[in-house]
Ligand binder design. Structure first.
Ligand code: SAH
Length: 231
């Protein structure tokens, strides 16, 4: 099956990096066996995950495991998310090519790279400066020009660039941060793992309607906690 992103992209796609064919084959298997088989249906989302070279977001010793079905360590006690969770969260946001998206928890930059295929602009905030700088360098090297990375506290969002069409939070706060709700457009969606450390977390999908917030728990998950800076 050939997957197409459909329509004309709102920005020139990045030049594909030269990679060994073994990675391309493993990635195609990942899309089929981990995503399609578990119910990911959005063709644009499948195509994006079929394109981003996940190995490039990992330390070299882990490249052979790049397309396995789980999270992997990226240093500083943090992890790159499981491909299925990346696909699930991305699909739940129902993204359109002109959208501007806020991500909290840049980590390796992999989720941001997936989003880069699907929307116009991504603003990504990472608390840990060395991870922010490394993700920024990786994204730049691979040609993802529509992602902006900032080192800072994601609880505060990115007010200067708000409002956003969609917000994706990839670390777990114990409650939905108010500042993020404020920075979401009316009609916009946010997906966020909510739950305290050690306790069960639920992926929560929020839809901002005029004067109210719709809330739906969609998947039990396990993310690293969202850390409050200075506290
Ligand atoms: N989306 C990432 C995976 C995220 S791991 C990827 O694709 O690789 C979660 C990240 O959230 C970690 O890098 C962690 O440092 C970061 N984080 C934790 N608390 C944060 C906060 N308050 N603001 C911004 N980032 C935070």
């Amino acid at each position: 099956m050939v997957l197409s992103l459909g329509g004309s992209p709102s920005h020139p796609p990045p030049a594909p990096p030269a990679e060994e064919p073994v990675f391309e084959a493993a990635r195609a298997r990942m899309v089929r066996d981990q995503l399609v088989s578990r119910g990911i249906r959005d063709a644009r989302v499948l195509a994006a995950l079929g394109r981003v070279p996940r190995q490039e977001f990992l330390p070299k010793p882990l490249w052979a495991e790049a397309y396995e079905d789980g999270p992997l360590p990226i240093g500083h006690g943090q992890t790159i998310s499981q491909p299925y969770v990346v696909a699930f969260m991305t699909e739940a946001l129902v993204l359109r090519p002109r959208d501007r998206v806020l991500e909290i928890g840049t980590g390796s930059g992999y989720q941001a790279a997936v989003l880069a295929w699907l929307v116009a602009e991504i603003y990504s905030v990472e608390l840990l400066e060395p991870l922010a700088r490394r993700a920024e360098a990786t994204l730049q090297r691979l040609g993802y020009a529509n992602v902006k990375v900032r080192a800072g506290d994601g609880y505060l969002g990115w007010p200067e660039a708000a409002p956003f069409d969609a917000i994706i939070v990839t670390c777990a706060p114990d409650q939905v941060p108010e500042a993020l709700v404020d920075q979401l457009k009316v009609g916009g969606r946010m997906i966020v793992p909510v739950g305290s450390q050690g306790a069960a977390q639920e992926l929560v999908l929020l839809r901002k309607q005029p004067g109210r917030l719709e809330r739906q728990a969609v998947l039990p998950v396990r993310f690293v906690p969202m850390v409050k800076s200075g506290g």
